[in-house]
Write a protein that binds this ligand. Structure first.
Ligand code: AMP
Ligand code: GLY
Length: 418
């Protein structure tokens, strides 16, 4: 098979590593990729959200399967354009990608499907929204309805914070059109877990679960990031609990999407809060998480390529998908300054020494080559991952890997998985 993989982060590097092991792979193209992925495929100078250029390339190069990593090309309609061109694409249609692209759409679907989730209301008028939060009081959660690069959610601890979030989003349009409407919802309390599954129309096959560490600082302090590390499985959320959650949180959604005439085919990422009253849905994403994917994919024990092809064609085979029973962890090394302006250009050495630690894999994201020296060129730069029989062993191995990397501007959290 000739495959076009879309994206350039650690998640896509992990996907590329799985795809490149497939005996069915004939050629792998990656748009735009990163230097870490160069040994695995041909890098293309096409941006991940330039869907027209991606499809033109796929047609010209007779690509058999397109594998989208991030959400942007999905929300921009990459899958629909691929289908029009007769090319399989392992991701949801633009209509089904609204599960990530619109918070109010997701809440509507969850309500129609009877999926437990926080009580909510949608507002376009700041006055009505302000009156609502004054009636309800804090804590309360304010969300820009559209895609806001992971920054559109404010968990307001005080009424003042809630009011200023409403004015910020609805009146000042700090997220542009993504904030033309907002969702205000009840604040849920509990531990968060992320559940992942391959889905095709009415079928879902469990991938696994992970816990992300979103804040930049140790002890969950400081601003939110794209994710600074993940563990899989999360404590107190074993395979049994994951299968049960799939029945409650994912399968009814799939049935509702089929009923609406916009079936979901792709990878679903359900963000759940384990509350005192049982799990509740926080949100869906229509793709793998980063850095959750890296922790999950290093335990994949089967060939990913036929699984993704089957998914794109609406036939899923439970038996073809196996993960080992090991525990795994991913630790993000980011450039100092992240999640603000990251420091760029400093040299990174020792990836080979890190990967010499048993069970350790290193995936690249914001890296570049400068006269054959690997340098930092973005916010999240490396993900150091490890698997082992126990979570403690995996953690120890991953931090041994991190210690082997020489990079003066690198920052990371020492408390991933603690
Ligand atoms: P999102 O940008 O949708 O991933 O949301 C970011 C984070 O906001 C989630 O991971 C939760 O930690 C938090 N969050 C979202 N909705 C709620 C809610 N209803 N109650 C409490 N926390 C929430
Ligand atoms: N790590 C969270 C995400 O990928 O959305």
């Amino acid at each position: 098979m000739r495959v076009l993989l879309v994206g350039s982060g650690g998640r896509e590097h992990a996907l590329a590593a799985c795809l490149s092991r497939s005996p069915e792979l004939e050629a792998l193209y990656i748009a735009p990729g990163n230097p870490g992925m160069a040994p695995l495929g041909t890098l293309l100078p096409i941006a991940a959200d330039d869907v027209a250029a991606l499809v033109a390339f796929a047609k010209e190069q007779r690509i058999d399967l397109v594998v989208p990593g991030p959400e942007a090309p999905l929300v921009a309609g990459l899958t629909d354009l691929c289908i029009e061109a007769g090319i399989a694409c392992a991701g949801p249609s633009q209509a089904a990608s609204a599960l990530e692209g619109s918070k109010s759409f997701t809440k509507d679907v969850a309500d129609a499907a009877g999926i437990p989730t926080a009580r909510w209301e949608r507002f376009e008028e700041p006055e009505a929204a302000l009156a609502f939060v004054r009636r309800r009081g804090a804590p309360i959660v304010i969300k820009a309805d559209g895609l806001a690069a992971g920054k559109g959610v404010i968990v307001a601890q005080s009424l003042e914070e809630a009011e200023s979030a409403i004015i910020d989003i609805l009146t000042d349009r700090s997220f542009g059109e993504a904030g033309a409407s907002i969702v205000i919802e009840e604040c849920l309390v509990g531990e968060e877990v992320s559940l992942f599954a391959f889905c095709s129309d009415n079928d879902a096959v469990l991938i696994g679960a992970a816990r992300d560490h979103k804040r930049i600082g140790e002890g969950d302090t400081g601003p939110n990031t794209g994710g600074m590390g993940a563990i899989s499985p999360p404590p107190q959320f074993d395979r049994n609990a994951q299968e049960k959650a799939l029945d409650i949180m994912v399968r009814p959604m799939l049935a509702e999407m089929v009923r609406r005439g916009t079936p979901f085919r792709g990878i679903i990422f359900a963000g759940l809060m384990l509350t005192e009253d049982g799990p509740k849905l926080i949100e869906y994403n229509v793709r793998f998480g980063d850095p959750e994917a890296q922790a999950l994919l290093i335990r994949l024990d089967s060939d990913l390529l036929p699984v993704l092809k089957a998914l794109a064609e609406g036939r899923l085979d439970n038996a073809a998908i196996r993960f080992t029973d090991e525990a795994s962890i991913s630790i993000v090394l980011a450039a100092s300054g992240y999640p603000g302006t990251p420091t760029k250009g400093s040299a990174i050495r020792g990836i080979d020494r890190a990967e010499a630690v048993p069970g350790v894999s290193v995936f690249q994201a914001g890296t570049a080559l400068n006269e054959n020296v690997l340098v930092a060129s973005g916010g999240r730069v490396l993900t150091v991952c490890a698997k082992a029989e126990t979570a403690e062993q995996a953690r120890a191995r991953a931090y041994e890997g991190v210690a082997a990397i020489e990079w003066t501007d690198g920052i990371f959290r020492r408390d991933i998985g603690l």
